[in-house]
Design a protein around this ligand. Structure first.
Ligand SMILES: [Mg+2]
Length: 283
């Protein structure tokens, strides 16, 4: 039996990268400094990577266009959403299954591509995703179908999402409404469920031991990365500040001010010996 010391891993051992999007690569539709350079480094060095998002509204094509408008050129095949993870999960669970879907193109396209039939007649699943047009009628239908035996799935647990005008109710909030009415909890595929990362690893043929996860949230990105066995790197450009880290009962493997510092560390001469920009979490 091989003894593996995870703390010994450094970013120079990493062959595949997973990264969160908001708060890591972009902030309010603006690319974060270093994001374009880091992704270029990955491409130039044949390092496989996926940009992850819990948002299930958009298709990878939509997200590519949005990222381009922010100044980041990310190929569609390098984008992995909770909608894609949900569709892959359900296709493995019940190939060719039937689903009643509350969601937008990101989710319906993913389920369609995964071979699912979308119907309100005897569906195997009620699948809830992000949308801006929740209708009372659709929610009522979902509640009745779940009461009738359909299994309840949600793409992501986020209770709110950001918008220019302020918070928006998100998938988790609507799931709570359905749960209250049915007394049934959904199975939630997106972060912090490590299922989101497991499907991402499969997608790029990555192994957890040589894959890193970059995130800005301890309670989603870092905990799920840790539970999936990845090297975890927290950046301080999003939700969790450097001073908040110590309040959590777990730690990221590495912390960086931003993705610019990860890029600098990767290109630093001397490779493994250089840790000037990386602050190991282990004291
Ligand atoms: Mg984030």
């Amino acid at each position: 039996m091989t003894t593996v010391t995870r703390a010994a891993r450094t970013i120079h051992d990493i062959k595949c990268w997973l990264t969160d999007m908001d708060g890591v690569l972009v902030h309010e539709n603006q690319a974060i400094k270093g994001a374009a350079e880091l992704m270029k480094y990955w491409r130039d060095n044949d390092l496989r990577f996926l940009v992850l998002t819990n948002n299930s509204i958009y298709t990878p094509r939509d997200l590519r266009a949005r990222l381009l408008a922010s100044g980041l050129d990310v190929p569609e095949q390098n984008i992995w959403t909770s909608a894609l993870a949900t569709a892959e999960f359900l296709a493995r669970q019940r190939p060719g299954g039937r689903a009643f879907v509350i969601g937008e193109a990101g989710l319906t396209t993913a389920l369609h591509d995964a071979g699912f039939i979308m119907t309100d007649q005897k569906p195997d699943y009620v699948v809830l995703g992000e949308t801006r047009t929740y209708s009372f009628e659709a929610i009522t239908k979902a509640i009745r179908l779940i009461e009738g035996g359909a299994r309840f799935i949600a793409t992501n647990p986020d209770a709110t999402g950001p918008s220019a005008e302020g918070l928006l109710p998100a998938t988790g909030a609507v799931a709570a409404l359905i749960t209250r009415a049915t007394n049934r909890e959904p199975y939630v595929v997106g972060k912090p469920n490590p299922m989101m990362f497991r499907s991402a690893l499969n997608r790029i043929d990555a192994h957890s031991e040589t894959t890193a996860m970059i995130g800005d949230r301890m309670d989603t990105d870092i905990i799920a990365g840790m539970e999936a066995g990845l090297l975890t790197a927290l950046v301080h450009t999003g939700i969790t500040s450097a001073s908040d880290v110590d309040t959590f009962p777990f730690r990221p493997d590495l912390q960086f001010s931003s993705v610019a510092n990860i890029h600098a560390e990767l290109v630093a001469e001397g490779g493994k010996g250089s840790t000037k920009d990386a602050k190991p979490s282990k004291d």
